[in-house]
Structures are given as C-alpha cells and as structure tokens.
Design a protein around this ligand. Structure first.
Ligand code: UT7
Length: 345
C-alpha cells in the first residue's frame, strides 16, 4: 500500500490556503429510489439467507432504481435537493462533477446529462471515476477549483445505478449493492467553516480484485463478452475486505495528522457503507467510539460513489452534524482507491 503523500496545504486547520481562500460545503442533498429490495426477497433469488447477509454485512435492504431511471436521473434528484436546501439557483453553477462507475452510457458524460436535467446552463461538466472513493475524489477536485478562484460554485455528485451491473445470479455480490445519489454544493466563503483537508490515494496493482472486466476497450461488448458475463461486477470479497480496513485506517490517520486533530475531537465519522464489519474494524483501529460513527448501510447496502454522500446528507438531516462540528469521511473502492476528508461543518 502506498505511503501517504505530503500535503501542499499543511496545517489546513487554518481554513484558508495561501491565497486566503476556503471551500465551504454550503448544502447537501440525496435521493434514493422508492423500490426496496429486502433480504427476504433475495432469499428467493439466490441461495442466501437474511441471517447470513445480516451477520456478515449488516445490510437488511437496499434501493433499486426503476427500469426507466438511469444514474443521471438519480443524480439530478439529489442535485435539485441540494440546490433547494442551499438556496442556490442552477444558473449559478460553474461546474458539475459526477463521480460514478455506472454512467448512463460511455459518452456523453453523466455530468452533461445532469447539467441539462437541472438547467445549469452555465456549468462545465465532467465525470470522475474512482469507484466507491469517487465522492471524496470529486470533493477534492471541486475544492481545487474553488481555492484557485477558477469557479465560485461547484456541484459535486456521487451517483450509482449499481443494480445495472450486479450479477443477480452471484450470491457473493448481489446481496451487497444498491442504487442512490448524494450531492454537495461547494462555494468560496471567506472565513467560513469548510473542507479542512481531502486526501486521495490509489494502488493500481490491485485493479483486478474488484472490476467489471467487459465493455471497455480491452474487451469490448460482443456476443462472447455477454455469454461470459463480463459486463457484471466481480469481486474477491476477502481481499477487498482486508485492504479496505487497512486503507481507511491509513486514510483516517493521514487526514487527522494534516489537520492536527485527534480522533476524539471528531463529532461524526462517516465511513464508506460497504460492510458493518469493515466499519467496526476501522473504528477500532482508529480508536473511535461507537457514538461517533454514522451508519445507514442497513437501509441501502453499498451504493459506491453515492455511499458517503447519502450518509452525509442523512447525518445532517438527523441532526447528527451541527454547525462547527468536525466530520471525518472515509472511503475505499475499486482501483484500489481510498481517501478521507475532514470537514468543519
Ligand atoms: O465498495 C467496495 C468495497 N467492497 C467491500 O468492501 C466488500 C468487502 N468484502 C466483504 O464485505 C465480505 O468479504 C463479503 C460480505 C463479500 C463476504 O464475507 P466473508 O466473510 O468474506 O465471506 P466469504 O467470502 O469468505 O464466504 C464465506 C462463505 C462461503 O462459503 P464456503 O466457501 O465457506 O462454503 C461463501 O460461498 O459464505 C458463502 N457466501 C454466502 N452464503 C450465503 C458468500 N455469499 C453468500 C451469501 N449467502 N450471500
């Protein structure tokens, strides 16, 4: 696993970079599809049990998008909620970044489709792919545009329709994933609270542990690729589990060090919602108390890039995060990629 890289903006607790800029998350929003798929229903689909899924993962149910809903539809719903909650008009947006592994189509980008759906006519738009770590990668990229004063208002979205790439005959994976979207609006608010640091990392040597092998330029779609089920998500669960615990622990340590914070000062820790056992193992390693953790995976399963974005919105709505609180986000995903962000709310 790569050693953490040094941060250009050391001591970001000062809240401003050398240009005197800070990056605030001025509003968040999320959307999950109405359809609930329970463990009991999965028992009728593959050889599994509610007991196995609950004890091995903590997941009780997940949301499944309608046939006519694509990732951009989920993303647009989350974006509109964030815009409305922040009192920001779509025309104010300068940039839209969508983190996803399930774009509506190879191109145009899902971000362009969202731009049209929400009427953000002034905004530039692009997708970013860092699998389950995508939301923090997108936050960090968005932050750079704000800090450099390139843009005033950036919309960052994590959105997935994972049900479209899950192999519904594979019990090792189909019980784990769900659909949804979460959004955050970033603005420069001098002297305001905001994103203190975001840390991103990757290890491409583990790319084949968690992937969709087909449909790209290496193995384009063909009758053969379909027959060999190459368009579905594949994962070595144990290897992913082990790396997820180690990487999120490292990411937490690095992000806290950069901000000169101790874990006890964090009000709310929002880890990637993949598996309750991973979350508990990370919490134990970083020395977190159970009451610091925010967990909603029992309702949604693993929604990849949307995971911490949805959880952040729910934690705010539930009053678990209040003005001035310190929040730690932790992510891990295919690539492998991982990262952390510290936010002063
Ligand atoms: O978002 C990216 C990050 N993704 C993750 O973090 C996922 C990481 N991995 C995991 O969460 C866990 O590895 C899993 C939940 C996927 C699997 O848990 P595990 O404790 O590692 O189980 P296992 O893969 O070692 O499987 C144990 C047994 C196997 O049977 P045998 O070979 O011991 O007879 C599996 O075939 O459980 C079996 N099994 C199931 N049984 C009932 C696997 N899936 C199921 C299932 N229902 N759905």
């Amino acid at each position: 696993m790569n050693a953490p890289t040094p941060n250009r903006f050391r001591n970001p607790r000062a809240k401003h970079n050398y240009l005197g800029q800070s990056c605030s998350i001025v509003a968040v929003g999320s959307y999950v599809p109405e359809r609930i798929l329970t463990n009991a229903e999965l028992e009728r689909l593959v050889e599994t049990s509610d007991d196995w899924i609950t004890t091995r993962t903590g997941i009780k149910e997940r949301r499944i998008a309608a046939a006519d809903q694509a990732t951009s539809d989920l993303a647009a719903r989350a974006a509109l909620k964030a815009l409305s909650s922040g009192g920001v008009a779509p025309a104010q947006l300068d940039l839209i970044i969508v983190a996803t592994v399930t774009p509506d189509m190879p191109f145009p980008s899902t971000a362009c489709l969202v731009q049209q759906k929400i009427g953000a006519t002034r905004a530039a738009a692009f997708d970013l792919e860092a699998a389950c770590s995508g939301f923090i990668y997108a936050l960090e990229v968005g932050q750079q545009f704000i800090m450099s004063r390139t843009y005033e208002t950036v919309l960052v979205i994590g959105a997935e329709k994972l049900s479209s790439i899950v192999d519904w005959t594979d019990r090792n994976t189909c019980v784990l994933f769900g659909d949804g979207a979460g959004a955050a609006i970033l603005q420069n608010r001098p002297n305001a609270h905001g994103l203190l640091t975001a840390y991103m990392a990757a290890d491409g040597s583990k790319g084949n542990v968690l992937c969709v092998p087909g449909g790209g330029s290496r193995q384009p779609a063909s009758a053969n690729s379909v027959a060999n089920r190459l368009h579905y998500l594949r994962m070595d669960g144990k290897e992913t589990f082990k790396n997820a615990v180690q990487a999120m622990h490292l990411a937490a340590r690095e992000a806290l060090q950069r901000c000169e914070l101790d874990i006890s000062q964090i009000t709310c820790i929002i880890p990637h919602q993949a598996n309750r056992r991973i979350i508990d193992a990370v919490a134990e390693r970083v020395g977190a108390r159970p009451d610091q953790l925010f967990v909603n995976l029992e309702k949604y399963g693993n929604t990849s890039a949307a995971s911490v974005a949805i959880a952040l919105d729910e934690a705010v709505v539930a009053g678990r995060i209040r003005r001035g609180d310190l929040v730690l986000l932790l992510v891990f995903g295919a690539g492998f990629t991982w990262g952390a962000a510290v936010i002063e709310w």
